[in-house]
Design a protein around this ligand. Structure first.
Ligand code: IVH
Length: 701
């Protein structure tokens, strides 16, 4: 079941996909342990083996590579982690402006805040927003004593030893500098150095890096500072933290001081007096962007006078006196070589464009999403076309349109059969209005290797089986577990018996479990063997069959046998069975169709049979036919004092009433507790019969 030891060459495609997900999760767990908790859990060699296996699978199945692939991450060898440094002055982030209009709003808000008229111009500085990572470097009595990353803004990583290797950052300040100085700015890697490093990595047969920013971050994370030293990191100073005394009273004055102390400062920094001048400078920098030796992603404007900065102050995470004017997404043209179908966790089929690798803003792009079949049609793209793509920040690149189309370009046919191993038909659902939806799904549900885990999580969720100690996290744990795998619902109920057969490797002896917790889990599973019919129906995760629909079905059919029989009959096209279900209140053709489809798949039938063989399914309480509220629609509003809202609803339903959430012409009774508001007014307007809680109890006896 688990592929850990299966050679990469022997993996089937679904196995490879599952394995890539498992490896990504496992590597992320180790990265987290190493980077954040300073507590690595495996040896370097074992970690490297995981990364190598991940890479080998990606090489064999390049199209399965995850967007968040561990091979894209610039990692550090597993060893001891970094210490933490708490920033004396928090490191905040910046608000973003995406249009000239946003910039005007930003400046006008400053004028309003300060109570000055717009013509009474306030100078701002404008400088490129460097795409690197921010750093706070502390000097005491002129000597560099510590350097920390931003971290969460309050606490960062202590990377002092590494920062000392950055030759552009002075280790001492000149005579006369204040006794405490914290210089802040951006550590980055120049495009040229990034490309040279990648060429070196490739020549050595090593994994190359994604972009200069990640590489700079990864290079700083090296525990061996000599590796950092070999990476040619650079720095721009643009801000400060704690200062025992201020050497200047303006932003640009501070930048001049930093330059005099020996820090690199950005040459494109300007002090400007009007909104138009800011926007002109932004456009100029935008034009120069591609030719700059480093990546930037916008222009930062800051109020120049520090006394005004102080008066303006901060919102929760960003200053009122500064904003980042971002550049629009970057675009490029490349050839679309293939369109593959990816199956998502809920079975949605997404077409993905495979592209001839192209660098967009320093990132090598090889895939882009095409969303759905309609999008492919709308764009008119065919395989072999030159297409324009766009990458906005870290989001998945998109295809914008066709640039040129060769004669031999091939039309893409959306598959009718899911690429998952099951060869199940692809279905396209109708939306409420009977219009065909754009999403195509694999109808494999529980059996589809891509959907199984998600279905299991739904199966154990609160409104379904709700087993104490078996939630999403535990499904993740057991799903890929080699000793006690849970791959379908019935596996949950055989867990104890399978555990008992495991000899020494019992659950109680495993990490995260003990005697008591293992026993508690088995007890909770046993308790869940007796289940209400509606919960069972809901837990199957059949599309369109939510909690309410499951209740309606349970009440209408009464027993599991009756539901099962009806579902199988519907699947076989029995019109009487279809009409019978369709006639139920609140149940429309989409539900009937989804049920028929679900029970039309052999693997679903088997899965359900295996599951129900483990359960005692309670009969649904038949709603009273003779109660005074049978068939009526009731709305509860205001606060109820004698029963909870849930109880009130259950009671009304038991008595054969339908409970609605809002008042309409169809409402027969409104039960209004104290504090009832608009629903009561509306009921009175419509002449709906209204009563309080006591009245309700009197009525139903
Ligand atoms: S000023 C209190 N200036 O952008 C404001 N930040 O989105 C301090 N950044 O965390 C930041 N270039 O890492 C400032 N010229 C620049 C910048 C800059 C890049 C980064 C910085 C910050 C992020 C906010």
């Amino acid at each position: 079941m688990i592929n850990e030891t299966k050679p990469v060459e022997a993996l089937t495609e679904p196995e490879a996909k599952a394995e890539l997900e498992r490896l990504a999760a496992e590597i992320a767990r180790h990265d987290e342990a190493y980077h954040r908790q300073d507590a690595p859990i495996i040896a370097d060699a074992a970690y490297d083996a995981l990364k190598r296996r991940n890479l080998a699978i990606e090489e064999r199945f390049p199209h399965l590579k995850l967007a968040e692939s561990p091979s894209e991450k610039v990692g550090a060898p597993v060893a001891e982690g970094f210490g933490k440094i708490t920033h004396r002055v928090p490191m905040l982030s910046l608000d973003n402006a995406f249009s000239d209009e946003d910039v005007r709003d930003f400046v006008h808000a400053i004028y309003r805040f300060l109570g000055q008229l717009p013509d009474n111009s306030i100078a701002l500085t404008a400088e490129p927003k460097i795409d690197g990572l921010s750093m706070s470097i502390r000097y005491e009595d002129g000597r560099l004593v510590s350097a920390a990353t931003r971290g969460d803004g309050t606490t960062g990583e202590n990377v002092t030893a590494n920062v000392r290797t950055i030759s552009e950052i002075p280790n001492t300040l000149p005579e006369g500098a204040p006794s405490v100085v914290e210089v802040r700015g951006e550590v980055y890697m120049a495009k040229e150095d990034f490309l040279a490093l990648n060429a070196r990595m490739a020549a050595e047969g090593k994994q190359t890096y994604v972009n200069p920013r990640n590489t700079a971050a990864g290079s700083l994370r090296q525990l061996d500072a000599s590796v950092t030293a070999s990476r040619k990191l650079r720095f721009f100073a643009y801000s400060w933290g704690e200062m025992s005394e201020m050497p200047a009273d303006t932003q640009h004055g501070m930048i001049e001081v930093f330059a005099a102390w020996g820090f690199p400062v950005n040459p494109l920094t300007k002090r400007l007096g009007s909104i138009e001048a800011l926007i002109d400078h932004y456009n100029e920098i935008g034009l120069a962007r591609a030719d700059l030796p480093y990546d930037i992603d916008g222009v930062v404007y800051k109020v120049d006078r520090l006394d005004l900065q102080e008066r303006l102050g901060f919102r929760s995470r960003s200053p009122r006196w500064a904003i980042a004017h971002k550049f629009p997404a970057e675009k490029a043209s490349t050839r679309l070589t293939a369109i593959d179908i990816q199956v998502g966790r809920t079975g949605a089929l997404t077409p993905v464009a495979r592209l001839e690798p192209i660098t967009v803003g320093g990132v090598v792009v090889t895939n882009a999403t095409l969303h759905n079949a309609e999008e492919i049609e709308r764009l008119g793209v065919r395989i072999g076309d030159m297409v324009q793509i766009q990458r906005a920040g870290d989001v998945i690149p998109q295809v914008l349109g066709v640039v040129s189309s060769p004669e031999d370009a091939v039309q893409f046919e959306f598959p009718k059969i899911c690429p998952c191993d099951l060869k199940t038909p692809v279905i396209r659902e109708e939306t409420a209005g009977g219009v065909e939806g754009v999403i195509r799904r694999c109808s494999g549900e529980f059996a589809c290797p891509f959907q199984r885990k998600e279905h299991l999580k739904h199966f154990v969720s609160r409104k379904a089986f709700d087993i104490d100690g078996l939630g999403e996290k535990q499904i993740e744990f057991f799903y890929d577990d080699s000793l006690l795998p849970i791959r379908q619902p019935a596996d949950i109920f055989t867990l104890k018996a399978r555990d008992e057969a495991n000899g020494l490797q019992r659950l109680k002896n495993r990490e995260g479990y003990g005697e008591t917790s293992a026993q508690k889990l088995f007890d909770a599973i046993d308790a869940a063997r007796t289940v209400a019919l509606d919960r069972l129906i809901f837990s199957l995760g059949i599309r369109h069959v939510g909690e309410q629909t499951a209740k309606t079905l349970a009440r209408a059919y009464g027993t599991w046998d009756a539901v099962h029989e009806a579902a199988l009959a519907i699947a076989s096209g029995d019109t009487a069975a279809i009409d019978e279900m369709d006639a139920l209140d609140d149940i429309g053709p989409a539900v009937v169709e989804a049920i028929g489809r679900f029970f039309g798949e052999k693997h679903n039938i088997e899965m359900v049979d295996r599951l129900t063989g483990q359960l005692t399914i309670l009969e649904a309480e038949k709603p009273a036919q003779d109660s005074p509220v049978a068939g009526l629609t009731v709305v509860f509003t205001g606060s109820l004092e004698k029963m909870t809202r849930e109880e009130a609803k259950a009671m009304a339903e038991r008595l054969g009433a339908k409970v609605a959430g809002s008042v309409s012409k169809k409402t027969d009774i409104l039960v209004a507790g104290p504090g009832a508001g608009s629903k009561l007014t509306k009921a009175q307007e419509l002449g709906v019969r209204t009563m309080d809680e006591d009245g309700w109890f009197e009525l139903v006896g």
